[in-house]
Ligand binder design. Structure first.
Ligand code: PLP
Length: 408
């Protein structure tokens, strides 16, 4: 057998794998595993009947473009619908400022390809979404972590890290963050900090990549909706590149997301996308477009908020009942994740090994830290398992935590 390692490029050799994908594979393989690992949406909430009907209509054969190649930037009527939906989120954008992407993950990857010079610093939260860590590392960025607290990213630390990196002679051009119900912490960036962040980006000449997959999935009253107002809505100086997706509010199998950016940058992203996939799938975009225009998405949103709130409650109740003396967490006000701090005597990786023996899986906290720390944290996703499975998973986690487990 040939040694294919010899054929790898430096990029190919150093590609970064997502820790979450790896955990997803573990849970898919083991029968009866309870997975708190991947942030998968609830499959029972996919609007199966409506999607079946939409798909049948599109596949009637009357419109050949449904299965044909199309523009790289996306199906124009879908872009127009997105422009309309953005206006409802207080974002003013023209069609020239929007591109469809193969999930918002591709948007992050395109930012890495087009805006990162190898060796540049990208600022990220401590902890940060692993898919972004992988994409920016693959673009050969150097990642610098910024502390966050219960109100989101810490602006003093942000400025200190930015200046420290610049004083060391490195270029700092980008900040990536998830202001709404962050992955993995579930934290919502406060309104005050949103305004301060925009002023900071202007002062320090930095672009902000705002990744917003969870903004519609808030669990509290309508005041929370105001609390999820995108940074891009108040971005008078044009500092924000905004990413979002239909993955969490419709279905991730479609791989349809979008990016909002100045038109001159959208052109660059489009050219980069051409060599990656030519275009996001036509059929996927057409189904999503029908789902948007026929109000499927709008009808679904309140149901999803209710389902995920009930799952969050089920997880919190089970944790309070079984593990309150061994873990600590702050109640997530939306999204898919509960971020838990382990008591002294436990560490994320040894606990995972024990948890797998008990047939329950989560993502280790350290996977989200770019500075090698985070071993006293774990991320528990409550989005996919039913409340009954959540209770069973927490019971198993309790068994795994029956005795402390420090690193070996
Ligand atoms: C913060 C964040 N960004 C991006 C993504 C990727 O989403 P998509 O399915 O649209 O590629 C995820 C998925 O979990 C996420 O949590």
């Amino acid at each position: 057998m040939a040694d294919y390692e010899r054929f790898l490029s430096p990029t190919g050799r150093h590609l970064h794998e997502s820790a979450i994908r790896r955990m997803g594979t573990v849970s898919a393989r083991a029968p009866d595993m309870v997975s708190f690992a991947a942030g998968y949406p609830d499959p029972l909430s996919f609007p199966w009947d409506e999607l079946r009907e939409l798909a049948a209509g599109l596949l009637s054969g009357r419109d050949p473009s449904v299965l044909q190649y199309g523009p790289t930037r996306g199906y124009e009527p879908l872009i127009e619908s997105i422009v309309g939906a953005l206006a409802a989120r207080h974002i003013t954008a023209t069609a020239e400022q929007v591109t469809i992407t193969s999930g918002s993950q591709q948007g992050i990857d395109l930012v890495g390809r087009v805006l990162v010079t190898p060796g540049d610093v990208v600022l990220v939260e401590l902890p940060a979404y692993t898919g972004a860590i992988s994409a920016f590392r693959n673009a050969q960025a150097r990642l610098a972590g910024v502390r966050q607290d219960g109100d989101g990213i810490d602006l003093e630390d942000l400025d200190a890290v930015c200046l420290r990196e610049r004083q060391a002679g490195r270029r700092v051009r980008l900040l990536y963050l998830v202001p709404n119900f962050q992955n993995p912490t579930g934290v919502l960036l406060s309104g005050t900090r949103r305004g301060q962040l925009l002023a900071w980006a202007e002062r320090r000449d930095v672009l902000i990549v705002e990744d917003d997959p969870y903004g519609a999935l808030y669990f509290e009253d309508m005041a929370s909706e105001a609390g999820t107002r995108p940074l891009r809505a108040d971005d008078a100086a044009g500092r924000v590149l905004y990413l979002s997706t239909f993955s969490k509010t419709l279905a991730p199998g479609f791989r349809v997301g979008w990016m909002v950016a100045p038109a001159s940058l959208i052109e660059r992203f489009e050219t980069a996308k051409q060599s990656v996939d030519l275009m996001t799938g036509s059929f996927d975009q057409r189904i999503v477009h029908e789902a948007v225009t026929r109000g499927v998405l709008e009808r679904l949103a309140p149901h999803l908020r209710q389902v995920y709130r009930a799952r969050r409650d089920a997880m919190e109740e089970a944790l309070h009942g079984q593990l309150a003396d061994r873990i600590r967490w702050t109640r997530p006000k939306g999204g898919f994740f509960l971020w838990a701090e382990l008591a002294d005597g436990y560490s994320d990786e040894s606990l995972l090994a024990r948890a797998l023996e008990q047939r329950v899986v989560f993502v280790v906290g350290s996977a989200f830290y770019v500075d090698g720390t985070g071993h006293q944290w774990i991320r528990l996703s409550f989005s996919a398992p039913t409340p009954e499975r959540i209770r069973e998973g927490v019971r198993r986690l309790g068994a795994a935590m029956a005795i402390p487990c420090v690193p070996v």
